[in-house]
Design a protein around this ligand. Structure first.
Ligand SMILES: [Zn+2]
Length: 72
């Protein structure tokens, strides 16, 4: 059974996010609650950001903290 990096340890690669964003835009960019977020990685390095696995949007640590404060 193939395991993607985003499933293992709840990380996501920037390369994967580009594909997620493209699919989201092709779907008409519907509103997203960004409730399913993972740490954003570039190859082996954490970028410091998090990203939504649903729409592919990236969040800075400050934006992530604001989402958490809203209970998301
Ligand atoms: Zn989202």
């Amino acid at each position: 059974m193939p395991l993607s990096l985003s499933v293992m340890g709840h990380n996501v690669q920037m390369r994967e996010l580009a594909g997620i964003r493209r699919r989201w835009e092709e779907a008409g960019s519907p509103p997203c609650e960004h409730t399913d977020r993972a740490r954003e990685y570039h190859l082996g390095s954490h970028t410091g950001d998090t990203a939504c696995l649903n729409c592919g949007k990236s969040f800075s640590p400050a934006q992530e903290a604001a989402l958490l404060a809203k209970g998301k």
